[in-house]
Design a protein around this ligand. Structure first.
Ligand code: SMG
Ligand code: MG
Length: 377
């Protein structure tokens, strides 16, 4: 369903941007590299009334996608923020239209839109979950587990998360660290809900290896091939019994429509940052629901700001698989909100209260800020 009722316009006075460096509790290794610090951009929309918060989920380097901290900062300051500030007032639903002339940079657009949306909803005393059409007040929590030293270490790490109560395990794979790792987890823990994520590390020539994963009864394999490999993903999907889920490839509702038409995926990972905002994410949810395609909410190691928004999104009816919405403590010892997400019976609560429903901890924010700039009209 589209949003029940539009949110109020806000008179934007400016945006504060900050680059944060948040230390991770443990290194996080994917097929494209290892991170020990989460570098992320936090946005604060300054309006005539309430302020609003957003998060630009770019990383330090263009490895997950083409966007990264400096590209995000530059396009925000030079182009996107001036375009928004040129408007006398902007509604959350109007942000994407104002930014549409600028090609790409979807994570930046998403972060700016979220800040405007939060400011608008706070000014009206409305909750983000209600605005988006949430039907639950808590969501099942899955955890994404990085590549470990060896399969035995992976089993130890997964055991810890299962003890904490996570509802679903996702393990990262790459060539040479796929079959034995998956086998070890499946053998150690029996029928747990298990899926794998390759972050584009394979080509169609690896079909034989990927077909070996079929014997592990996985929920899905996420993004085995490159972002623009829709046709190859369709060929692979025909070969595998494991459902193919797309992450990186789904950069918009149009990309989702194309992927489904081609048979490139039978499940879709929705990330607001990757698709340019929570409203585009909602559109993808709606079209997948109409098509009978299950969706789940992906994660980008969000701070408490993006994590709150993701929980609200994942509470929509079409999100039928657990998302990568773990407790804050999965990644961070200190978060930048006063009440970080916690795991309760395998679930994370959708924060209640106006806008995102979380309060930013300004002392924590200052502690992690490495760069700060305010752009005003
Ligand atoms: O936020 O729990 C999280 C991370 C989930 O694995 C995760 N994200 O491809 O799905 C993905 C990755 C993208 C980030 S890798 C640095
Ligand atoms: Mg992924």
């Amino acid at each position: 369903m589209p949003i029940a009722s539009p949110a109020a316009s806000v008179a934007l006075e400016g945006f504060e941007l900050r680059v944060l460096n948040l230390p991770l509790v443990a290194p996080f290794t994917t097929s494209f590299g290892t991170e020990t610090v989460r570098e992320v951009i936090v946005v604060r929309a300054l309006t005539g009334g309430a302020e609003g918060w957003g998060e630009i989920v770019t990383g330090a380097a263009p490895l997950y996608s083409s966007e990264y901290t400096q590209s995000a900062w530059d396009v925000a300051v030079r182009w996107l923020i001036p375009a928004l500030l040129a408007e006398p007032s902007v509604s959350p639903e109007g942000v994407a239209g104002v930014l549409r002339p600028f090609v790409g940079h979807r994570m930046v657009k998403a972060g700016l839109e979220l800040a405007v949306l939060d400011a608008s909803l706070r000014s009206e005393g409305r909750e983000l979950g209600e605005y988006l059409g949430a039907v639950r007040d808590r969501v099942p929590s899955g955890v994404s587990v990085g590549i470990q030293r060896d399969p035995a270490a992976l089993v130890d790490t997964v055991a810890g998360y299962l003890e904490e109560g996570y509802a679903r395990i996702k393990i990262k794979i790459k060539p040479g660290r796929d079959i034995a790792d998956t086998a070890a987890v499946r053998e150690a823990f029996g029928t747990i809900a298990l899926q794998v994520d390759a972050n584009s590390a394979y080509t169609l020539a690896d079909g034989d290896t990927l077909a070996e994963l079929d014997r592990f009864d996985l929920l899905l394999i996420e993004q085995p091939l490159q972002e623009d490999d829709l046709v190859d993903h369709a060929a692979l999907a025909r070969r595998l019994s494991t459902p193919v889920c797309l992450d990186e490839s789904i950069v918009s509702a149009k990309a989702a429509i194309d992927a489904l038409a081609l048979g490139s995926a039978s499940i879709i990972n929705i990330k607001a940052g990757r698709v340019g905002g929570y409203l585009e994410a909602l559109a993808i949810h709606d079209l997948c629901r109409d098509a009978g395609i299950p969706v789940w909410c992906g994660g980008m190691l969000e701070t408490g700001i993006g994590r709150a928004a993701n929980a609200a999104l994942a509470a929509l009816p079409g999100f039928t698989l657990p998302g990568d919405i773990s407790a804050s403590s999965r990644f961070y010892t200190r978060d930048i909100v006063t009440e970080p997400a916690v795991l309760d019976d395998g679930h994370v609560r959708v924060p209640a209260g106006p806008g995102l429903g979380v309060q930013v901890d300004l002392d924590a924010l200052d502690e992690f800020t490495v760069l700060r700039e305010t752009v005003t009209r």
